[in-house]
Structure formats: structure tokens, C-alpha cells
Design a protein around this ligand. Structure first.
Ligand code: LRH
Length: 470
């Protein structure tokens, strides 16, 4: 049959979800079955993820999915990039670190002392982010004890199936993949003292990983198989952007705003390096040529501080509606300022960055939220312009997908500041991309359907909201 249902596990840095995806002729629909909060947790040695809690939510969510839809044909897993767990004797050596932990600074210094950034860029094509996996490995005390390093989605797949693999799109965010061949750059790993044996075999999206272990199958209630998807959440999101032309840019906006273009080949010029543009591998060998802009993190972390202050929840839709009624600020701040990266007193840090930029710090929370949104939009518009310039494309529209597509103020401000129409949605692009790649692997689109066929299904099922620049 050319139709069926799958389960998608999508773990974001601020929330995770399990969804049932239903696919068939004229049908593409998501049914949420579980949603849970996620975020940095502080331990004695720094910021981590509560991985045991996350994995518990995944298993419970999958059991709920099977209960709601006994016909689920398989499971696909995606998450945020770069973070990993180290395995020894089948168990985690330690709780995975959060990429916002500042231990990575020493890793950057030690890697660049051995391989200058310009050389790295030629090999891996990645923008400089201080938390790219290779820098984390350099700051890792227990690398030598590990048998295997597994990125978060691969770690979840391992605990479900017992298999050890590295899905290629997410592996491309480690900094250890050759940007031209898509294979591990073993000479680079050796120069950095990273043992080759900890890097598992690479597999492409749409590959059968294996069946659930009997113990997990009992907990979930069905003997399902795990299939790889674009396990880097941004790779899955880009699959589900209903790009209308090669000149359409995308912004996958959640905790981060990933701003760029889809290309057939990487761009590793000096100009691309200096603009800090990355060449991450997408599904079907496409290149995600993009720049990381700090996204909704600035809002969620500000709201967290206010909630702590108040001892009560802040209503985000109300806050954004109030922000839309305030005047746009005369001065915005640099959303990518490094001081805004780690968890902490975000309102205080933003005020400092804004003052340093010559801006006035607004009195009320609504106006403060407005400055944040406008600053993110300004950085989005700037990154779209740079992407077009570097790739020599006349960008004619911007698709915003992910949670940020719900933020009408942000979408309109991005249209206004870029002078380009913004097409907002789908909100759950990442889960959709996860579902679509599984559906194709099951043959429901024909196994060699190009991404354009999958995107046509998205365009037919989800009508974007249009923001015309003012
Ligand atoms: C978004 C994302 C992004 C990475 C960051 C670590 O969730 O995967 O693409 O740069 O998290």
C-alpha cells in the first residue's frame, strides 16, 4: 500500500515530542501523542542534559503512539546536533554534556593550536561554533575510556535497538566529516588525538537500523523497527520546507534560527568562512548552507528568569501580543553576542549588550520582548542577505518553519527588515521531515522520490501564512 503511519521522535533543546505521522495519497498529517520540556540542568561539573528523563519520555511516548495507532510501521529519531554520549561495556560513561557548557572554550584553543581554523574549514566546511563536537571531544576527560561515541539520536536508537551507527546528516555537525566526501576525516581525527574506533559506521537517512530489543518492544507494545531519518533536527526541518524555487531562503526557527539556502555543493571560500557560513549535509546529499542565529533561546531564557523572579508562569502569547503594541526600538542588539550563549540572567545580559550598542533599555517587559524580537529579525535579515550574496542567488522569499513560525511579530519583522515576503509554516517541519523520510523508506512515495516530491506533499497539506514587507 502507498500509505501508512509512522512514529516520529523529535527532541529539541527546549522541548521534545513524539508524533504519529500519517501519509497516503493526498494525506500528510501529524498527531501529537507526547510533549515534554527539555533544557540544561546544572550538575557539579557543569551543564548537562537529563538524558535518563528524556529517554524515559521517548519510551513512554512511543508506547502511547502504538496504543493510539497500532498500525505504526516504524520509528524515526531526530534531535539537536553536536552532543553525544560515550559508551563503555554497553553503558553511558557519563551523563551527556549540554553544548552550552563553557568547558568547550579550552577545546577550541587546543584544536586550533593543532589545526588552524582556516584549514579546518577547508576540510569540514563548518562555521565556527565553539561547541562543535570536535571541540567538545578536545575538552573531554574520558575520551580514552570510550568504546564508542554516539550523537544523541544515535544514542537513543542504540538504547532502543542495541545497534551503533552514525547517521550522516548529524555526523556532519561534528566537524569530523569530510565536507566533500561525507566520510569520516580519519587523518583529521588522528591529528586531534581522537581515536578512530569511537566513530561508528556512517549510514544515510532512510536506512533500517534494526528492530527494538525484546525488552524495549515489550515496554512499547510492538516489535517495531528504527529507520534513520535526517537525524539532525535541522536536516529534517529543511526536508519539510515547501521551497518554491532555488531562490527561496529558509529559516528553521526554534531555539536557534538556522538561516540559509539549500545547495548542491558546498561553498568553502574565504568569504563564506569569514561570514561564518556552514555547509552541513542534508538528506539526499544536499548541502545546508546556513548561518546559526541565536533564536527563541533569547526569549525562552528571558521568560525563565522572569518566572523565577515572579514565582509564577509568564504567558508567552500574551507577552508577544503586548510586545506587538509597543513601538519598534531605534536600536537593536547583536543576537549572536557570545555573552548570550550560556544559561543565566538573560534580561541582565541583554540589557548590557543593548546599552553597549547605544540602545536604551526599555522599562516594561512588553517593550523588552519587542527589542529581543526585532534584534532576532535584524540578524535573520542580515543572514539572508549574506547567504544570497555568498551563493550568488537572488533571494526572492523566506520560509520560516518551526516554533518561530507561530510568532507573527517575528515573521512580520523579518519581512520588514529584509524587504522580502515571509511564508510562515509549517510549525512542526522537523517532525514532518522525519515522517516523510520514513514514509519514503517504506515505499509510500516510491523509494527514489526526490525531495521535491516530499515538499509538494507538505505544500499541499499545510498552507503557509504570508507576511508582506511594509
Ligand atoms: C537546532 C540545532 C542547530 C545546531 C544546534 C546545536 O536544534 O540542531 O542546527 O547548530 O541545535
Amino acid at each position: 500500500a502507498a500509505s501508512g503511519a509512522v512514529a516520529a521522535v523529535d527532541l529539541g533543546a527546549t522541548s521534545g515530542r513524539v508524533m504519529i505521522g500519517r501519509v497516503g495519497p493526498g494525506l500528510l498529517a501529524l498527531e501529537p501523542v507526547a510533549r515534554f520540556a527539555n533544557g540544561p540542568v546544572e550538575r557539579g561539573d557543569g551543564w548537562h542534559w537529563d538524558f535518563d528523563a528524556l529517554f524515559g519520555h521517548v519510551v513512554t511516548g512511543l508506547a502511547d503512539a502504538v496504543a493510539a495507532e497500532p498500525g505504526v510501521a516504524g520509528i524515526g529519531i531526530d534531535s539537536w546536533a553536536v552532543d553525544y554520549g560515550l559508551l563503555r561495556d554497553g553503558a553511558l560513561l557519563a551523563e551527556p554534556f549540554h553544548y552550552r557548557d563553557e568547558r568547550t572554550a579550552e577545546g577550541v584553543a587546543s584544536v586550533h593550536a593543532r589545526v588552524p581554523f582556516a584549514d579546518l574549514y577547508q576540510r569540514n566546511g563548518l562555521q565556527h561554533l565553539p561547541f562543535n563536537t570536535l571541540y567538545q571531544f578536545a575538552a573531554e576527560a574520558r575520551l580514552d575510556e570510550a568504546e564508542t561515541a554516539l550523537l544523541i539520536p544515535d544514542l537513543v536508537a542504540h538504547l532502543l535497538t542495541g545497534e551503533r551507527i552514525a547517521e550522516r546528516t548529524n555526523a556532519s555537525t561534528t566537524g569530523l566529516l569530510d565536507v566533500r566526501t561525507g566520510e569520516w576525516d580519519l587523518p583529521l581525527a588522528e591529528r586531534l588525538g581522537i581515536p578512530a574506533h569511537i566513530l561508528p559506521p556512517l549510514v544515510d537517512p532512510g536506512t533500517r537500523v534494526g528492530a527494538l530489543t525484546p525488552a524495549v518492544a515489550r515496554r512499547i507494545g510492538a516489535p517495531l523497527e528504527v529507520v534513520t531519518v535526517g537525524s539532525h533536527d535541522t536536516a529534517s526541518a529543511v526536508v519539510a520546507v515547501p521551497l518554491s524555487s532555488p531562490n527561496a531562503a529558509y529559516i528553521s526557527c526554534g531555539t536557534w534560527g538556522l538561516v540559509g539556502l539549500e545547495l548542491d555543493a558546498p561553498i568553502v571560500t574565504d568569504a563564506a568562512r569569514e561570514a561564518n557560513f556552514t555547509n552541513e549535509l542534508g538528506v539526499d546529499g544536499r548541502v545546508r548552507f546556513l548561518h546559526n542565529v541565536t533564536g527563541l533561546w533569547l526569549i525562552s531564557e528571558t521568560v525563565r528568569a522572569w518566572e523565577q523572579e515572579d514565582g509564577a508562569p509568564v504567558n508567552l502569547p500574551d507577552l508577544l501580543a503586548a510586545a506587538a503594541r509597543t513601538d519598534a526600538p531605534a536600536v537593536v542588539f547583536d543576537a549572536n553576542d557570545p555573552s548570550l550563549s550560556a544559561p543565566g540572567d538573560m534580561p541582565g545580559r541583554i540589557a548590557a549588550v543593548l546599552r553597549a550598542a547605544g540602545g536604551a533599555v526599555p522599562e516594561g517587559r512588553a517593550a523588552f520582548a519587542r527589542v529581543i524580537v526585532e534584534s532576532i529579525a535584524a540578524a535573520f535579515a542580515d543572514a539572508v542577505r549574506t547567504a544570497g550574496y555568498l551563493a550568488d542567488r537572488e533571494v526572492d522569499s523566506i520560509h520560516i518553519v518551526g516554533g518561530g513560525a507561530l510568532n507573527e511579530l517575528l515573521c512580520q519583522a523579518t519581512a520588514d527588515r529584509s524587504g522580502l515576503p515571509v511564508l510562515a509554516g509549517p510549525v512542526e517541519a522537523t517532525a514532518l521531515g522525519n515522517v516523510l523520510v520514513q514514509a519514503r523508506a517504506h515505499g509510500w512515495f516510491g523509494t527514489d522520490a526526490p525531495l521535491e516530491t516530499l515538499r509538494a506533499a507538505v505544500a499541499a497539506a499545510f498552507r503557509p501564512r504570508r507576511h508582506t514587507p511594509r
